[in-house]
Design a protein around this ligand. Structure first.
Ligand code: N01
Length: 536
């Protein structure tokens, strides 16, 4: 397809994951615009194109981790497990792409390296790794929130003679751990998924943990024919649920407060939620994420479970040495994570009390120990929410560089537009609910809003749309207010704040007010003919 790339488009979309594919469909099929998607990978999938690490699976249940915009897709596609694995998600996105003939407008192996707004022409110039410069009236970033892998700068890594991988850039061919001595750094949602699977084949696995993580069993299982029928028959009801719950999932958060019930009843409810498994554990009570005392009951319940599962008392202590509330960081779910520490071939190192000093040819040296390793797995997270946007090397009006404009943290209006960057839209950008929700739900809301906005511009002969510093300052305050009603900003080492990347400004990035409230705000802006934006 690369040879057939034209010089000019109505819209260029960056990224061929859930958001880029749907944005292409809307602009091309509904608005009849001339569009091109630029994608660095060799296939569709976005984050799921790169995340192929052992155990990589979505934490959202499959009947919610899906597009809802098309009855046809929903009826034709069938998920096989409670949580979709990475390969099945790629299969799904390929199915959608073929269904709507999307690939003909996607240029693969095409990384965007520079984007510059041409003020005179009112167009974006987009430079790519395939030596093509393309111009477009609209630039839509669909780059995902957690796509820029972070390998920590540990002295000596370049000397390591074994192999090492970041989970977010996993090789396409299976990595063979058989008979290998493996070290894994990182115990976030990703690390927790990888540990049990790597432990099954590695000779030895040593996990280097900095911060312990509250995890609840996922209880993944194949879907029964009965459940598949239920999903198909209740498609509209499910769509309504994901679009009206604060986090965009298909489960309802309880209206009961933790202290509305006595301890016996509380434990009964936690126990039931633990047995059911999944992210919905955090919805057992309404105030778990907003009230410290309420949260403590959930945190203590999980700690008790970990201590019951993990037989090695020293490991149990390291795994429960929390200094943050449950769900204050993105809560993981797992399949036998804590149980894996009962295996003879798995070891746990607390790198808070025994920090990593350096890596050399043969392994990892901590302050108190040395670990010989054949392989290192970095499950060390991402330069989240802003990293992938800044990497596009964007220059807006008056030579304004996005990197400079966001020096003190991201500034956006609604997480959709950035002052000084006309006709550029950021799907699930910082300042929008994004990572605090089920991503496909947030993506559909954004894509549809952007499509309506562009349609309005075309219908009314507007050439450009841009927001203002005043609006982004106001919105920044709203993002902070919403965050401060939760416990999330109290966690100082969270990637929601950018605290995982040395030198990154620490600003709470996602909008925590919930998807329905956010959608209402966006809808009002649309109904007011885009008040807060300058159309010209
Ligand atoms: O990354 P993370 P992730 N030295 O940043 C540690 C989504 N996701 O890839 O907590 C030592 O959460 C770090 O330690 P600490 C989900 O939204 C979705 O696991 O900073 N350790 C932590 O333990 C998730 O939240 C699915 O002290 C270092 C780990 O590495 C997001 O992706 C599945 C270190 C990083 O955890 C990111 O998760 C999986 C250092 N220098 C993930 N630097 C779905 O289901 C970092 N760490 C959709």
């Amino acid at each position: 397809m690369n040879s057939s790339i034209k010089k000019e488009y109505d819209a260029v979309i960056v990224g061929a994951g859930f958001s880029g594919l749907y944005q292409l469909y809307c602009l091309r099929n509904h608005l009849k615009l001339n569009c091109l998607v630029l994608e660095k990978g060799e296939g569709v999938g976005g984050t799921w194109y790169w995340n192929r690490y052992p155990g990589a699976r979505c934490d959202t249940e499959s009947h919610a981790y899906t597009y809802f915009f098309s009855d046809e897709i929903f009826k034709e596609w069938e998920w096989s497990e409670r949580y979709p694995g990475h390969a099945e998600i790629r299969k799904y996105l390929n199915f959608v792409s073929e269904k709507f003939d999307l690939k003909k407008d996607i240029s693969f192996k095409s990384e965007v390296i520079k984007t510059t707004y041409q003020e005179n022409e009112k167009k974006w110039n987009i430079e790519t790794s395939i030596n093509k410069t393309i111009s477009a009236k609209f630039l839509i970033t669909a780059v995902g929130c957690i796509s820029t892998a972070n390998i920590p700068n540990i002295q000596g890594l370049n000397k390591f003679r074994g192999s090492y991988f970041h989970t977010g850039n996993w090789p396409k061919n299976d990595v063979n751990f058989n008979g290998k001595i493996v070290g894994q750094i990182g115990t976030g949602s990703t690390g927790i998924q990888a540990v049990p699977v790597i432990a099954e084949s590695a000779k030895q696995l040593t996990v280097f943990q900095r911060t312990p993580n509250y995890s609840v069993p996922a209880r993944n299982k194949p879907l029964t024919a009965e459940f598949k029928t239920y999903v198909k028959e209740n498609y509209k009801k499910l769509r309504k649920t994901v679009r009206t719950t604060p986090n965009g999932h298909a489960f309802i958060i309880s209206e009961t407060l933790v202290h509305d019930v006595d301890e016996i009843e509380r434990l009964k409810r936690y126990e039931k939620a633990w047995e059911k498994g999944g992210l919905q554990f955090r919805g057992t009570f309404k105030d778990i994420i907003s009230n410290q005392d309420a949260n403590k009951t959930a945190s203590e319940f999980i700690k008790h479970k970990i201590r019951t599962i993990v037989k090695n008392k020293e490991y149990a202590k390291i795994l429960t040495n929390f200094d943050h509330p449950y769900a204050g960081k993105r809560p993981p779910i797992d399949s036998n994570y804590f149980e894996t520490y009962n295996r003879d071939n798995v070891h746990l190192v607390d790198i808070r009390s025994d920090p990593i000093k350096y890596i050399d040819e043969y392994g990892i040296c901590t302050e108190k120990n040395y670990f010989n390793l054949d392989m290192i797995v970095f499950a060390t997270g991402y330069d989240a929410m802003t990293g992938s946007l800044i990497k596009l090397n964007v220059t807006g009006e008056n030579g304004l560089k996005l990197e400079d404009y966001w020096k003190e943290g991201p500034k956006t209006y609604l997480g959709i537009q950035i002052p000084g960057f006309p006709n550029m839209f950021t799907i699930t950008g910082p300042g929008s609910p994004s990572v605090l929700t089920n991503m496909p739900t947030a993506i559909e809301q954004h894509v549809e809003w952007v499509t309506d906005c562009i349609k309005y511009m075309i219908d009314n002969n507007y050439e450009t749309i841009c927001t203002t510093n005043k609006k982004s300052d106001e919105w920044g305050k709203k993002v902070n207010e919403a965050a401060n009603k939760t416990l999330l900003p109290t966690v100082k080492h969270s990637w929601y704040l950018g605290a995982n990347i040395p030198g990154k400004p620490q600003v709470f990035m996602p909008y925590a007010g919930g998807l329905p409230v956010y959608k209402e705000i966006c809808d009002k802006v649309k109904e007011s003919n885009y008040k807060g934006f300058i159309l010209s």
